[in-house]
Write a protein that binds this ligand. Structure first.
Ligand code: SAH
Length: 413
């Protein structure tokens, strides 16, 4: 057992657990018992795995094996019901994970529709027209009137979404994103990525598949710069936690070689790409990684991406007032995406300290959306979630001073 001395069970797949139990001289079915305990029951201590003989649990503990469950250190609750968790790991580092209860049938574009797309993609022109009108209205409604907290969250879990982080900080340096200000601290392990989901499911008292949970890899970090751990986590979330792959979406800033690799995976979430600009000059200014992988490379990778039946790629476009929100930008974006099986999620900038850009006015956003829709590209307006607690897109910077305080006390912290 020597080589497992410092390992956590959380993050180990079936093959690794099978090796662990066989090296300990235990029958192979113990691997399944451990998987069920860690990923389905979401135990936090070896002593809780009551299916294992006491001696085996002691043997594991003496060998330095732990569950490795991360800890919820802080929790902030938004007026719209969104919860931002600060989740801490063994080395003292932490990331943020966001719970968005009660999705809204797809108009939000926040990932809450992740499970719907497979069933009703914008494949026919009739459906598309309906989709667009609905989106336009719902989007504006969301912008003007963020929804209040639902009084009965437990009865409406059908489209809850968890937004998870893949790295501590981020190296990509997008000029409008607060996470970029942290720089990159380190990659998360697969166990730390899955552990965020387990911690939130447990805290919310929900469980897939009975509760319909969508996952978006859109928190802190660039998942495609931590590709192997991200992919291992995605497989564990499908195979061990029980969340369907069509309910998961990963967003990349545009790490082109990994987009190609991702297309070759047998089990994979859906793909979202942060476009954010309609030409190279602008994109390089906003996202320096565009120097390395420009729009031509990015869009050809998207065109070559092997989509499944009724699947399509999502492009995110953060609208920055007076910078990339001109009608001309919308026309250029439509031209870039012409013929691609895709949709666009428009995100009006979520502001934050240290971010020099402004949120565009509503009619600019609506005009941008209309140009895309008229060009035949379904465009959604992503409703900001949890802006008041710094939980919205691009706001994850481990902010702990929230005025007015919406922090929930965590027992034992
Ligand atoms: N690194 C990945 C995953 C992060 S997803 C990526 O870039 O795709 C976060 C999404 O929020 C991205 O589409 C990003 O462009 C967007 N975003 C970043 N900062 C934002 C801000 N201040 N306001 C609104 N959206 C923002």
């Amino acid at each position: 057992m020597g080589e497992y001395l410092t390992l956590s069970l959380l993050g180990m797949d079936r093959a690794e657990l099978t090796t662990l139990v066989s090296e300990a001289g235990e029958p192979a079915y113990r691997a399944k018992q451990i998987m069920d305990a860690v990923y389905r029951l979401r135990v936090e201590g070896l002593e809780e795995i009551s299916t294992l003989p006491l001696e085996f649990r002691e043997q594991l503990a003496q060998g330095g094996v732990t569950i490795g469950a991360p800890r919820i250190e802080k929790k902030f609750v938004s007026v719209d019901g969104t919860v931002r968790y600060l989740i801490g790991f063994a080395d003292g580092q932490s990331v943020e994970t966001v719970w968005m209860p009660e999705g809204d049938g797809g108009e939000a574009g926040d990932g809450s529709e992740a499970g719907v797309e497979a069933e009703s993609g914008p494949s026919t022109s009739g459906a598309k027209a309906q989709f667009q009108t609905h989106e336009l209205n719902a989007g504006l409604e969301g912008l003007l009137h963020p929804r209040p907290n639902h009084p009965h969250p437990k009865r409406h879990q059908s489209r809850s979404t968890i937004c998870i982080s893949s790295q501590v900080g981020c190296a990509v340096d997008c000029q409008f994103c607060l996470t970029a200000l942290l720089g990159i601290k380190r990659n998360l392990t697969a166990g730390e990525i899955v552990g965020q989901v387990c911690a939130v499911l447990k805290d919310q008292g929900v469980s897939p598949p009975e509760d319909r949970i969508n996952l978006v890899f859109m928190g802190m970090g660039e998942p495609f710069l931590n590709y192997d751990n991200f992919m291992k986590a995605a497989r564990l979330l499908v195979e061990a936690v029980g969340i369907a792959e069509r309910r998961m979406t990963v967003s990349t800033a545009g790490i082109v070689p990994r987009i190609h690799d991702f297309g070759g995976e047998t089990i994979r979430p859906k793909l979202a790409i942060s476009l954010n600009a309609s030409n190279d000059a602008l994109r390089t200014q906003l996202m320096p990684l565009n120097k390395k992988w420009n729009l031509e490379k990015l869009i050809s990778a998207a065109r070559e991406f092997p989509l499944r039946t009724r699947e399509y790629i999502t492009f995110e476009y953060v609208l920055l007032g007076g910078v990339n929100d001109e009608p001309q930008n919308a026309r250029e974006a439509a031209e870039l995406l012409r013929g691609l099986r895709c949709k666009v999620n428009l995100i009006a900038l979520n502001p934050g300290p240290g971010i020099e850009f402004s949120t565009p006015v509503e009619d600019r956003v609506a005009a941008f959306q209309k140009i895309l829709c008229n060009a035949g590209i379904p465009a959604f307006l992503r409703r900001p979630r949890g802006r008041d607690i710094y939980a919205a897109c691009g706001q994850l910077k481990r902010t702990i001073e929230i005025p007015p305080a919406r922090e929930v006390q965590i027992q034992g912290v």
